[in-house]
Design a protein around this ligand. Structure first.
Ligand SMILES: Nc1ncnc2c1ncn2[C@@H]1O[C@H](COP(=O)(O)OP(=O)(O)OP(=O)(O)O)[C@@H](O)[C@H]1O
Ligand code: SF4
Ligand SMILES: [Mg+2]
Length: 350
């Protein structure tokens, strides 16, 4: 049996942004993104604001219907637009008689999967109904999925969940505004856990929190994962946040996945110029190492996803860009076992 829990292949999410006919414009928020996540694993997803992390997370849960692509969860095809090639483990199209092989157009009813696939949001305040008590917020999830047979079972479940995330039973009668940011995020996590999920998209769950409690909440995510065998897609702006919690890390730039590898491999042996620039921005405590690692400063701003650069989307800021980078989209390929990147000039970069 496969260890894989989730796989997305050639996922696209384009949002309409005005115009008519041939002038119709789209925000190309996610463009041809492919990855898999193994059972019990944490895949970190990083990149600058607006690069498409949240959109990727929401699209793979089908909270947004993907524009194109394929989503496979626990061996079941949840979505297939039917027009993207099937991909092998090496990231390359599977061939049949020399031609790329395609799947069948599919969009299953998500109801049976909504319970197993949860999301924890970035802003714990905006995602909790201010008129509901914490007990009712957590209880609502239990009710929707009919997970308690009696009032007593429901009550006990709520108490247990609050304890699980480090709150106590008397918190059940309070309202979200009576909590600190960190406590509110714990409520959001208890709500996600209430339905006994297998997979959670954690969308920057600690970035709105005070630095002093970020580590506590990260540790809680790790403990819960071990206890309940959870699988995470853990989204963050910052590599320093995900490097401890993630088994593997993917890096996005302007809607594209540019590199993905096992965490230490990505931190110490990254091959893509954009990943290198992110890594060189991580503060290093040891002055010797800090001197040895040169800071790569990127020039210019991130271009608009409404009108991204041709070829490689990173080329307007890449110190290694050549003519080819403007004319040809770099292919996503396995550069060494389990290490993927998309760049034409890896030889020059490395
Ligand atoms: N519902 C939407 N309609 C139109 N455009 C959208 C929508 N959601 C996101 N976008 C655009 O898609 C792009 C990617 O946004 P997304 O929220 O996925 O980025 P992100 O990487 O999560 O950023 P952040 O780190 O700031 O949360 C942005 O340009 C954003 O403006
Ligand atoms: S493909 Fe070209 S522009 Fe893109 S990262 Fe590689 S060298 Fe830079
Ligand atoms: Mg986001």
């Amino acid at each position: 049996m496969s260890d894989e829990l989730l796989r997305i292949e050639h996922l696209y999410q384009y949002f309409p942004a005005g115009g008519f006919g041939r002038r119709k414009k789209y925000v190309q928020a996610v463009d041809d993104v492919s990855f898999f996540i193994n059972k019990g694993e944490t895949l970190g997803l990083v990149g600058e604001s607006g690069c498409g992390k949240t959109t990727t997370g929401r699209s793979l849960l089908r909270l947004y219907e993907p524009t194109k692509g394929r989503i496979i969860y626990d061996g079941k095809v949840l979505f297939d637009s039917g027009d993207v090639p099937l991909t092998g483990e090496d990231g390359q199209p599977i061939l049949e008689n020399g031609q790329p092989k395609y799947g069948t157009k599919t969009a299953v009813d998500m109801k049976p999967y909504r319970r197993e696939m949860q999301i924890v949001f970035q802003d714990p305040y905006a995602s909790l109904d201010p008129r509901m008590t914490v007990g009712d917020i957590v209880g609502e999830a239990i009710d929707i999925h009919g997970l308690a047979k009696s009032k007593e079972e429901r009550y006990n479940k709520i108490q247990h969940l609050l304890e699980e995330v480090g709150l106590n039973s008397e918190h059940a009668n309070r309202y979200p505004h009576e909590f600190s940011g960190g406590q509110r995020q714990r409520v959001g996590i208890a709500r996600a856990l209430a339905v006994d999920p297998k997979f959670i998209v954690c969308d920057e769950p600690i970035s709105a929190l005070d630095v002093s409690i970020q580590a506590q909440v990260i540790n809680m995510f790790e403990d819960l994962q071990h206890e309940m065998g959870l699988t995470y897609l853990f989204i963050a702006h910052d590599l320093s946040v995900v490097k401890h919690i993630s088994n593997r890390i993917g890096v996005m730039y302007l809607g594209k996945l540019v590199e993905l590898a096992e965490s230490n491999e990505l931190i110490f042996h990254s091959v893509h110029p954009y990943t290198r620039s992110l890594i060189s921005a991580i503060p290093i405590a040891d002055p010797k190492t800090a001197r040895a690692s040169k800071r790569i400063m990127l020039e210019g701003d991130v271009p608009s996803p409404l009108n991204p650069p041709s070829g490689c989307r990173f080329r307007t800021r890449c110190p290694y860009a050549t003519e080819r980078c403007a004319g040809e989209v770099p292919q996503w390929r396995e550069v060494s076992k389990g290490h993927f990147a998309a760049c034409h000039n890896l030889d020059q970069v490395n």
